[in-house]
Design a protein. Structure first.
Length: 433
């Protein structure tokens, strides 16, 4: 009786096949998150370009408009995460792309303040499901040894989008005005929704571009990682009251307070410190995000290489806080020195995103990961609201950016301190690494 000989090339073929995840899935994830970030971060350029003067609203009302996005972002986090886990993350994201692209474009059309306030709230509602649904998708497609890099690739949509948007949006506003720019930058999300739903599936077995053998191997490996949790937490509410989950939620509140205050008001800060045009303001505003892109890639690679998460988060948060404190102290003495500190601070506040979001699937079973990520992201949304509103309000009241630097500095420092209080977690090696 003849027996089949093992194929020496099978393992190599499977490895090449699994690399298609990095070619097909991650670019789609990156583009989708980039579009969501484009439609939230371009508000800062509208504010710097004279949104308040055009609509005849006060500086405080402008700050409220920037903050209302985060209230909408907060409201539907948990229901969206529950739907993504129980039904479909990919279809939820498809619907969200259509919704936020429409509402973002309407930002450039609406002229009545209360309608614009409602519209910005609805942009937040539409985008609220994206981040937890995306992170849930990545836990179904990437093993522990790959997850920090996969997370970083997703979150690179944040600084890379603001990097090119800072350049392009500035020149679009010079050419077409801020209102037409909002419309032009909202429409791509609607078109991309149909590309997304064709290529991205909820699980490897449903993807036509991955072989069945490779999909089964990957899903078996992921199931093996989950098996180490033993008894599964029976209810989401029990996960919510865990000490580590609460600490990570508090940390992300302070972290997001610093980040979103920075993102939404950096163009205004730069323009107040210089006499540059909107185009050159955009070029200068891109520099902190270039630093963030470089450090995110570096830190995520090191995190997966060493299997280390927590100890790669807190040093960058503390250093980012110190850099923004430097901007606070130097802003009235030297714009160049203060801006250099902003570049360092911007890079450091983005650097640890990859390892931070790799913490959750290593501490929690898949049955609660989506909801916990939504809870933590909700805390971040509240921090974003506080940061975007207070940084803008402080700039309006004081007439300069110094108080905003100090607020963001303290927030990032608090986030770093909270991470130091987090107990260590157990780790597990991946057979696919």
């Amino acid at each position: 009786m003849l027996t089949a000989k093992p194929n020496p090339n099978a393992a190599e073929h499977k490895t090449r096949d699994l690399w298609r995840r990095w070619i097909f899935l991650l670019p789609a994830v990156f583009v989708t998150y980039s579009l969501s970030y484009l439609d939230r971060a371009n508000f800062g350029f509208g504010a710097a370009a004279g949104l308040a003067a055009t609509l005849k609203i006060t500086g405080e009302q402008t700050s409220l408009l920037s903050g209302l996005f985060f209230l909408g972002y907060f409201v539907f986090q948990l229901p969206g995460a529950a739907f993504a886990r129980r039904r479909s993350a990919s279809w939820l994201i498809f619907a969200a792309l259509l919704a936020w692209g429409t509402f973002a474009a309407l930002t450039g059309v609406i002229r009545v303040f209360w309608l614009l306030a409602l519209d910005r709230f609805m942009v937040g509602v539409a985008e609220s499901v994206i981040f937890p649904a995306m992170l849930l998708l990545l836990t179904r497609w990437f093993t522990r040894a790959e997850r920090s890099r996969a997370n970083a690739f997703l979150i690179l949509g944040n600084p890379l989008t603001v990097l090119w948007m800072s350049v392009v949006t500035g020149y679009l506003i010079e050419s077409f005005g801020w209102q037409r720019t909002f419309v032009l930058e909202g429409l791509p999300s609607i078109v991309w929704a149909f590309v997304w739903i064709v290529f991205v599936k909820d699980r490897p077995a449903a993807a036509k571009w991955l072989s069945r053998d490779s999909a089964e191997t990957l899903e078996r490996e992921l199931a093996g990682e989950q098996a180490r949790f033993g008894i599964v937490i029976p209810a989401v509410r029990q996960a919510f009251v865990r000490a580590d989950v609460l600490l990570l939620s508090v940390l992300y509140f302070f972290w997001s307070l610093g980040v979103y205050g920075f993102v939404l008001w950096l163009p205004t800060m730069v323009r107040r410190g210089t006499t540059l045009s909107m185009g050159r303001t955009g070029l200068l505003s891109a520099m902190p995000y270039a630093a963030g892109v470089f450090l995110m890639m570096l830190v995520s690679f090191v995190s997966d290489k060493l299997g280390s998460r927590e100890r790669l988060v807190w040093p960058f948060l503390l250093l980012g806080g110190a850099a923004l404190l430097g901007s606070f102290l130097l802003s009235e003495r030297s714009f160049v020195a203060a801006f250099t500190c902003l570049v360092v601070g911007g890079g450091c506040m983005y650097a640890p995103y990859g390892p931070f979001f790799a913490i959750f699937p290593e501490r929690l079973p898949a049955t609660v990961t989506a909801e916990v990520l939504a809870l933590v992201n909700s805390a971040g949304a509240l921090g974003g609201f506080v940061g975007s509103y207070l940084v803008g309000w402080l700039g309006t009241v004081t007439g300069n950016s110094r108080a905003g630097y100090l607020l963001m500095s303290v927030a990032l420092g608090m986030a770093g301190v909270v991470m130091l209080l987090l107990p260590p977690s157990k780790t597990v090696r991946s057979e696919l690494s």
